[in-house]
Design a protein around this ligand. Structure first.
Ligand code: NAD
Length: 254
């Protein structure tokens, strides 16, 4: 027996990086898993891969309903699909703001709206085992340069998580988020690829981290899965940093 035996999970953005590591770990821990992604080719083996862009309410609803029908229920929702944005308020125009908020914030709202009827039903059978976990970011609470839009989108995700935790606590649905620092995923790989010397840039990025390295997608996934686990039945409205100490530590200069 593993802790997710008999449970069904859905991970948005589950075909790459943190989402793929989370879907793989949930599968390994015994869950039946669906991945919903705009490009699901990278969904881990053993998962049900569904195509939907989280900017489409109709597509998200169809994918969530299909996942619940195929898996037989829905106990665990991981709202993880997200995109980055770099710049000050002067660098990103209104259209870019609307698009990033549409994916990072409204994408989670649409997914939750579609999933809540299924989660409510599941909570009646398995109290404590039903949860929503959002992938937020330390950018939600840290003043990071060049992250006006991205930070605002993730600040809104943190507020959404807390408000949803309050709204659904008496229904037996827990709502938490994980705040990665810099996680070594294809997303970071794409950013590094733009540098003149990607290897040197990667080494510099690692060196800036308190641990001397970025956190891994698997380390973020482990935190998401632990918050979603029935063992975390007492945890809701929590934000768990997986940032290698970036926010909490005050290291002396070397
Ligand atoms: P990634 O680019 O490797 O994976 C993101 C996945 O989301 C991809 O499979 C992509 O196809 C999917 N996706 C993107 N937009 C979508 C849309 N509109 N509809 C459906 N699917 C969509 O990125 P990652 O680093 O694994 O990031 C995952 C989450 O972690 C994001 O929410 C991101 O903001 C957050 N995060 C990442 C880091 C980091 O350093 N990598 C740090 C903090 C937070």
């Amino acid at each position: 027996m593993t802790d997710f035996d008999g449970l069904a999970a859905l991970v948005t953005g589950g075909a790459s990086g943190i989402g793929a590591a989370t879907a793989a770990l949930l599968h390994e821990r015994g869950a039946r898993v669906a991945v919903v992604d705009r490009d699901p080719a990278g969904a881990p083996p053993g998962t049900l891969a569904l195509t939907a862009d989280v900017t489409s309410a109709a597509a998200v609803r169809a994918a969530v309903d299909e996942a619940a029908a195929e898996l037989g229920a829905l106990h665990t929702l991981v709202g993880n699909a997200g995109i980055g944005a770099i710049g000050t308020v002067e660098d990103n125009d209104d259209e870019e703001w609307r698009h990033v908020l549409d994916v990072n914030l409204l994408g989670l709202v649409r997914t939750a709206r579609a999933a809540l009827p299924h989660l409510r039903r599941a909570a009646r059978d398995r109290p404590g085992a039903v949860s929503i976990t959002h992938t937020c970011s330390i950018a939600a609470t840290a003043g990071l340069p060049q992250r006006a839009l991205y930070g605002a989108s993730k600040g809104a995700v943190l507020s959404l998580t807390l408000a949803m935790a309050a709204d659904h606590v008496r229904e037996g649905i827990r709502v938490n988020c994980v705040n990665p620092g810099t996680a070594d995923t294809p997303w970071i790989g794409r950013l590094l690829a733009r540098a003149d010397d990607p290897a040197a840039e990667r080494a510099a990025l690692d060196a800036r981290q308190p641990m001397g390295r970025m956190v891994t997608a698997g380390e973020v996934a482990a935190a998401i899965v632990s918050l979603a686990s029935p063992a975390a039945a007492g945890i809701t409205g929590a934000a768990l940093a997986v940032d290698g100490g970036m926010q909490g530590l005050r290291l002396r200069p070397a």
